[in-house]
Design a protein around this ligand. Structure first.
Ligand code: GAP
Length: 439
């Protein structure tokens, strides 16, 4: 049963709250707009998205190293990066109802979506998206600091530190996952655009003449990452930016876009940032930021290719792409057909009944599997309802302990998508699951 695109958004938002993926932040106080908390299964999904990114971008590569830079940063960084001047969106107010909008996101720039007034908008003014705060007990301009709006700058300012300590040479990359903050004018579409979010970014430093080649390489590599994790090919596309769309630092950018219920929208940008950032920080700090090959004597400022993805946005896209409804025995089964590497729980251990004689062997099975995988354990409700609950949060394998287990020392393993069941000896359970749950 295909899910209607218009309904998909509400269904996924509803599922997120009902099953513990995402909650509205500060809900008991009426909710704090545009901020979200990740619940017991949401935090696992998000961790798995980040873990898969880290595996492919750092663990499996000898040319990329990791970093975890500070979120609070002095204005000098953002002056040099150009963000204090250029990181703005055009803001308009409706003169009739006072609503504020980001002009470039309005469906009709002459029509207020709140009150319907025509031609009621003020002239657009540039609104800077940086969050400013004060460090230390004295509130004066000398103590002003910013919350980073992207993780990228920490990788540029640490370029020399990483080069000197990691023994890498171009082409090489620095990767980072972490929170970023933007005072978005119009946050919305659930966790798609929020003021606090997580990014997964990598700065890949290359010899200047090689940047076009590496830009192409990273566009393909990043598309393959989503496809390899099971995202449907027709849910994804690569869109090349027009020159008037390019960020202030970019020579070329392509976006990986996902077909969201409201249309195609960005998941990740891959940009050729040239030597813009290293040059700007070198000028502003007075420190040379260049590569010096001691063998050949060659010296240059590397160019940078940057694949920049949103972790929270990507987790939501995987949720939407995986959500399916199927008719089983005259009933609708909601199932998240997530790749098992992204599934919050890999295994659910379910005693068929709450009777004492089944609880002890069930706990033994749990103790056997939970050192290997994130497991859920559930002994409430009828088994059919427990299977449905696990289907809805994407658990690939349910292991059921029944009365026969006491005799044959075997369990029933049910696979989520096919609902096929195998009887597996407890002694062989870890091997059985290991061959299917490849990291
Ligand atoms: N360093 C480059 C950079 O930050 P970006 O296109 O502005 O580029 C990269 O951001 C990714 O971060 C986006 O593709 C998106 O997935 C995510 N992102 C950006 N703003 C966001 C927001 N307000 N809420 C959620 N995710 C956001």
């Amino acid at each position: 049963m295909s899910v209607n695109k218009e309904e998909l958004f509400d269904k996924v938002v509803n599922l997120s709250k009902r099953r513990g993926f995402v909650f509205q932040s500060a809900e008991i106080y009426g909710g704090f707009r545009s901020t979200y908390d990740y619940g017991p299964v949401g935090v696992l999904l998000l961790r798995n998205v980040k873990e898969q990114w880290w595996r492919s971008m750092v663990q499996f590569r000898q040319d990329v190293v990791g970093l975890d830079a500070a979120i609070l940063s002095p204005p000098s960084i953002w002056e040099a990066s150009g963000h204090l001047t250029n990181f703005t969106d055009p803001l308009v107010d409706c003169r009739e109802c006072g609503s504020r909008f980001r002009q470039d996101k309005l469906e009709d720039p002459n029509n207020c979506p709140t009150c319907g007034s025509k031609a009621s908008f003020t002239e657009a003014r540039q609104f800077n998206l940086m969050f400013k705060t004060n460090a230390g007990p004295v509130i004066d301009s000398a103590a002003e600091v910013y919350l980073r709006p992207e993780t990228a700058q920490g990788m540029f300012t640490n370029f020399t530190n990483v080069l000197n300590t990691s023994r890498k040479k171009p082409p090489f990359g620095i990767a980072q996952i972490g929170k970023s903050f933007r005072n978005e004018i119009t946050p919305g579409n659930f966790v798609f655009r929020t003021r606090e979010f997580e990014q997964m970014e990598m700065e890949y430093f290359v010899p200047p003449g090689d940047s076009d080649k590496w830009f192409e390489y990273w566009c393909k590599e990043r598309m393959d990452w989503y496809l390899n994790l099971g995202m449907k090919a027709d849910s994804l596309r690569l869109r090349i930016h027009d020159s008037d769309e390019l960020s202030h630092y970019s020579r070329a950018t392509s976006d990986i876009e996902f077909s969201f219920p409201w249309g195609w929208d960005e998941l990740e940008g891959i940009a050729n940032r040239t030597d813009y950032d290293l040059n700007r920080h070198a000028q502003a700090s007075g420190n040379k930021l260049e590569y010096n090959d001691s063998g050949t004597g060659e010296r240059y400022v590397p160019h940078v290719i940057e694949p920049a993805a949103g972790a929270t946005r990507t987790a939501m896209a995987f949720l939407m792409d995986a959500y399916e409804e199927e008719e089983v025995n005259g009933e609708v089964r909601n199932v998240l057909k997530l790749d098992h590497r992204l599934s919050p729980y890999k295994v659910a251990v379910l005693p068929l009944s709450k009777k004492d004689e089944l609880i002890e062997p069930s706990k033994e099975v749990l103790n056997l599997v939970q050192p290997h995988w994130m497991c859920d354990y559930d002994q409430t409700q009828a088994i059919g309802r427990r299977y449905r609950r696990q289907d809805e949060i994407g658990t690939p394998y349910c292991v059921t302990i029944d009365f026969e287990t006491l005799e044959d020392k075997a369990v029933t393993v049910r696979e989520r998508d096919s609902m096929h069941q195998d009887r597996v000896s407890i002694n062989e359970l870890v091997d059985y699951l290991s061959s299917r749950l490849v990291p």
